[in-house]
Design a protein. Structure first.
Length: 117
């Protein structure tokens, strides 16, 4: 459900807010990546596919926030064991780690790598 909200938010983005041509171009490159990943997460019934795609979605959303900013505090969290021990990030509105990659098996595995405001 949350992935669908992300995709809908991207689809309904008011492009008039991006007055800088470079920002407009960056958004045009990022938006389809975010929409595609959010659609796969929302429509997939396989948890492994959802988790793998969620990694990409997290990367793209973090990149968008780094470029365009955000009007709230978010926590960029990291689990070193995700993705076959290569590690993976995710964004959270809550400082408390709730690992999306391992579910109840290792729900609190990870740390806050960065606070973005």
């Amino acid at each position: 459900a949350e992935a669908s909200k992300v995709g809908n938010g991207v689809e309904n983005m008011n492009m008039e807010l991006l007055t800088d041509p470079k920002a407009h171009q960056v958004w045009r490159e990022l938006a389809p990546k975010i929409q595609n990943a959010s659609q796969v997460v929302a429509s997939s019934s396989g948890i492994e596919e959802q988790r793998n795609t969620f990694m990409n979605l997290s990367v793209h959303l973090t990149h968008a926030i780094e470029i365009f900013g955000i009007d709230q505090k978010v926590y960029n969290q990291f689990c070193p064991m995700a993705d076959d021990n290569r590690g993976a990030y995710w964004l959270s509105a809550d400082e408390k780690v709730q690992n999306p990659y391992f579910g109840s098996a290792m729900h609190s595995c990870g740390n806050v790598a960065e606070i973005i405001e």
